[in-house]
Design a binder for this molecule. Structure first.
Ligand code: R5P
Length: 308
């Protein structure tokens, strides 16, 4: 098997290849003067099983097209099978139809494009919504980010409490709290259907006084969600507030927004490059999940069971 790192693989492919006992191949990429991408795989593609590594953080569309072109290269040059490790999979939040919006279910379109390009297995880290991945025609392996992130945070806290900023992050909070050996809770949010504004519907009954509160989420985009939770934690008497998320997109002044809300430190993973946080390398977890999925397949256990 060959691991091929795309232009936004963040070095994860290079680290994962030896962990899986695979050869590593760089991809080639260039831009035409009009902005079109041109990619290539300089390696022995024919007859090989390929794992393409490409994260799809902003510019999402560009990263996605590069990945589709790489998959097409692999197909055209005779790869035996094509898998895609997409550490951050974009479009996961566009996973349903909204009344009156005339929108696309964009994640479905992305999954279909991957299949069309020849990708038959998908490996991704901490997806926003597990269920929407079932629309993918091939096998899916989900890599858990909660444990590696929590293990890193554990080194720096003594009196922790884990807080999920919404119900969707509750399972993440539970797994985080298990590693830290502490309690957790979640905030019930309400989103105004007209304005999109989010406010707190119900505060959790949790004693945060003197606690080091860790607000956990799958991703930080604009930082609005984390900032709201941080303010709540401070109002409850937290001694410090840490933000931890798998994917630090950190767009639209997110750093300033969450700092102003009283976040003392940020933890994330290298699914998205970001220079102002404690970064956890997710490569070991990716390799372990792939090995685990392969073992389960060999034992005849359905791939659904591989989702963490
Ligand atoms: C939403 O359900 C997600 O899990 C995140 O909470 C959200 O996408 C974060 O976005 P932002 O940082 O812009 O609030």
């Amino acid at each position: 098997m060959l691991v091929v790192e795309g232009p936004s693989g963040n070095g994860i492919g290079r680290s994962v290849a030896p962990l899986l006992g695979c050869d590593f191949v760089e991809s080639r990429h260039a831009l035409f003067p009009d902005g079109e991408s041109e990619v290539g795989i300089v390696g022995p593609v024919k007859g090989n099983d390929l794992l393409l590594v490409q994260s799809t953080y902003p510019m999402q569309d560009k990263r996605l097209v590069e990945l589709l072109l790489l998959a097409d290269c692999a197909k055209k040059h005779g790869a035996r099978s094509i898998g895609a490790i997409i550490p951050y999979l974009a479009y996961m939040r566009q996973d349903r139809l909204f009344e009156g919006k005339g929108n696309a279910v964009s994640i479905n379109a992305v999954l279909e494009m991957l299949s069309f390009a020849g990708v038959t297995s998908l490996i991704t880290v901490a997806p926003h919504n597990f269920e929407s991945l079932s629309a993918f025609k091939g096998s899916v392996t989900v890599v858990d980010a909660a444990v590696p992130l929590a293990e890193e945070v554990k080194k720096d806290v003594e009196n922790p409490f884990v807080l999920a900023p919404d119900e969707g992050a509750m399972d993440l909070a539970r797994r985080f709290a298990e590693v830290l050996g502490c309690d957790y809770a979640y905030i019930e949010k309400r989103r105004d259907k007209q304005t999109g504004e989010v406010d707190i519907l119900k505060e959790p009954k949790a004693d945060l006084k003197g606690k080091e509160v860790i607000v956990v989420d799958d991703m930080i985009s604009t930082g609005g969600t984390i900032a709201q939770a941080a303010k709540f934690a401070h109002s409850g008497g937290a001694s410090s507030v840490i933000a931890a998320a798998a994917h630090l997109l950190m767009v639209s002044n997110a750093y300033d927004r969450i700092k102003e809300a009283g976040i003392n430190a940020i933890y994330g993973t290298n699914t998205v490059p970001y220079g102002r946080a404690h970064m956890v390398d997710i490569s070991d977890a990716v390799a372990a999940a792939i090995r685990g999925a392969a073992k389960k397949r060999m034992q005849g256990i359905d791939t659904e069971a591989n989702r963490l």
